[in-house]
Design a binder for this molecule. Structure first.
Ligand SMILES: [Zn+2]
Length: 259
């Protein structure tokens, strides 16, 4: 979201949930519904023109990567069948990325198409909002890797991590046992980090510690900008600056809380 404050950048929040945000009439960062926001409406019009798909009527028609909502759920879309199949696809995707080429299964076709659709939607956002780069905060690291593998020259991955002890303590405090808290910490590191380090070139992967960001916001942002090859702009630190059109209601409450 901080990067989205850059004059050339557009932060999309958890973009994989665009379909759900339209379907459930969730709020955009600007305060209007995602279905009513003028910036998102420019995207719907262009998609209708180019692909003959009306996203307001068929929000899931341009499918992106699989999603799994845990709080606000579109029960018509996130059915038990969908969750089961998407688990299978995740398993196949892990095999696809991990096995040597001889044994490697292809990326599940719906996810492959999903990556193409996401890249297409990024382009439409860049064009309609006249920006140069997109920040997608979708939390699925496999989606990030798949995008990176399809568009390696155009994609960079930033992983915001928390200190292992921080993860452990917050789990332990929320009532998990010591063993469960340790396992949470272990999975956290072994999962995303293992895949990212193996599959993403060093210069395209940046790991930022949440604790460092909180301690020295401007310094860390400057480092991120250098890595992303964009100029640092002071306004980025000010979360209340400018209008933001994000697909994520939590982002909106965070902006309001900080104001
Ligand atoms: Zn908006």
């Amino acid at each position: 979201m901080l990067l989205g404050g850059h004059s050339q950048g557009e932060s999309l929040g958890e973009f994989s949930f665009l379909g759900k945000a339209i379907s459930l009439e969730q709020m955009c960062g600007c305060g209007l519904k995602v279905a009513d926001c003028k910036e998102w409406n420019k995207l719907y019009s262009q998609v209708l023109l180019e692909k003959n798909i009306d996203l307001k009527k068929q929000p899931y028609e341009l499918r992106q990567w699989d999603t799994r909502a845990s709080t606000v759920i579109d029960k018509k879309q996130q059915t038990r069948g969908y969750l089961f199949v998407s688990k299978l696809r995740t398993f196949m995707t892990r095999l696809h990325f991990m096995l040597p080429s001889f044994f490697r299964p292809p990326l599940p076709s719906s996810l492959k198409k999903g990556v193409e659709n996401t890249a297409y939607l990024y382009d439409v956002v860049l064009e309609t909002r006249e920006k140069n780069f997109i920040v997608d905060s979708s939390k699925n690291f496999l989606k990030g890797i798949a995008l990176y593998k399809s568009y390696p020259k155009k994609t960079k991955i930033l992983l915001l991590t928390r200190d292992g002890r921080g993860v452990f303590h917050s789990k332990y405090r929320s009532g998990f046992t010591k063993k469960e808290s340790f396992l949470g910490w272990y999975r956290y590191y072994s999962g995303a980090l293992y895949y990212l380090k193996k599959l993403v070139q060093k210069e395209d992967l940046l790991i930022v510690k949440y604790e460092d960001l909180v301690t020295d916001l401007e310094g860390e942002l400057k480092k991120i900008c250098t890595w992303a090859q964009i100029d640092f702009e002071k306004e980025m630190v000010d979360l209340g600056f400018g209008e933001r059109h994000l697909v994520m209601i939590l982002a909106l409450s965070a902006i309001k809380a900080l104001n």
